[in-house]
Ligand binder design. Structure first.
Ligand code: SF4
Length: 282
């Protein structure tokens, strides 16, 4: 399709809902082939850890959060322990993640809510999660999708930008984006779709300079041409394991694809199987 150098092609603007759905699902399939190793980049072994790590990840990188959480969870393995923590000690541990005073307050407050309202267990519904101090819809969907295996679309800055570039939505309201994109895919795809789109946004479809000339979904994207279209120049814009000279990293991530899936499944065993199946039914 690439036909426009400034934005959406006329074909995409006038496409039928069915054509949009088909195109969206093709993009998802191509991204699944490109990023078979896509996964939640925060380290966790249970819903409580993922919830806390997600709160800590605001305004910083997942890598930095992963550096502090082993010590944090060794000291405070559950909500009861963290609810009773000395804020100064928590602040010290999480300092490298930035905004550490506010974040310490948040994770202690949400642990207190979990203890007071949910007997110490992280709730497994959007309503329950967003009732916790400092937890919004995005965090709730991250926890549901990745720790409980309940489908959720996580609309962060990357997901919103790409959903608009793909012509899946025109909205900048995360709740509307979540709803409109959700209508294009079966719920069983929502969580992995979120990871793939965010991976693509971080590596290829950057906010300022998308690398259109090196993009695997270029022929399906109405925004082709918003960024660099020259293949050689575009290849130099790629990041992380796709960056020039990072072939060894890419190969190790591809080799570890099965391991990442196994870890995900292990984490999702926290939820009874009947409940997961009910959500995954199409
Ligand atoms: S890099 Fe370009 S072609 Fe690829 S998804 Fe982004 S805007 Fe579309």
């Amino acid at each position: 399709m690439p036909s426009s150098s400034t934005g959406r092609s006329n074909a995409a603007l006038s496409e039928t809902p069915l054509a949009r759905t088909r195109r969206a699902r093709k993009i998802n399939r191509v991204l699944a082939e490109k990023y078979p190793y896509a996964h939640a980049e925060l380290d966790f072994t249970n819903p409580f850890q993922l919830l806390v790590a997600t709160v800590l990840s605001a305004q910083t990188t997942d890598v930095r959060v992963n550096q502090v959480t082993p010590l944090l969870f060794a000291r405070y393995p559950n909500a009861i322990a963290l609810a009773e923590a000395d804020p100064a000690v928590v602040e010290d541990i999480i300092r490298p993640t930035g905004f550490f005073r506010a974040k310490a307050k948040s994770v202690i407050a949400l642990s207190t809510s979990i203890v007071d309202q949910f007997d110490g267990d992280v709730p497994d519904t959007v309503a329950g999660l967003i009732s916790l101090a400092g937890v919004g819809r995005k965090t709730a969907n991250v926890v549901l999708g990745n720790a409980f295996g309940i489908p959720g679309i996580t609309v962060d800055t990357h997901f919103g930008r790409l959903a608009r570039r793909f012509g899946w939505t025109e909205s900048t309201d995360p709740v509307v984006v979540e709803r409109e994109v959700g209508e294009l895919f079966p719920p069983s795809e929502w969580t992995m779709l979120s990871h793939r789109v965010v991976f693509h946004g971080r590596r290829i479809c950057h906010a300022r300079k998308p690398a259109c000339g090196a993009c695997p979904v270029a022929t399906l994207c109405p925004s082709y041409g918003e960024g660099e279209t020259d293949p050689v120049k575009a290849a130099k814009l790629l990041k992380y394991e796709l960056a020039p000279g990072q072939e060894a990293l890419l190969n190790s991530m591809l080799a570890d694809t099965g391991g990442a899936a196994a870890l995900r499944q292990e984490a999702q065993r926290a939820l009874p199987i009947q409940r997961r199946q009910a959500f995954l039914e199409d």
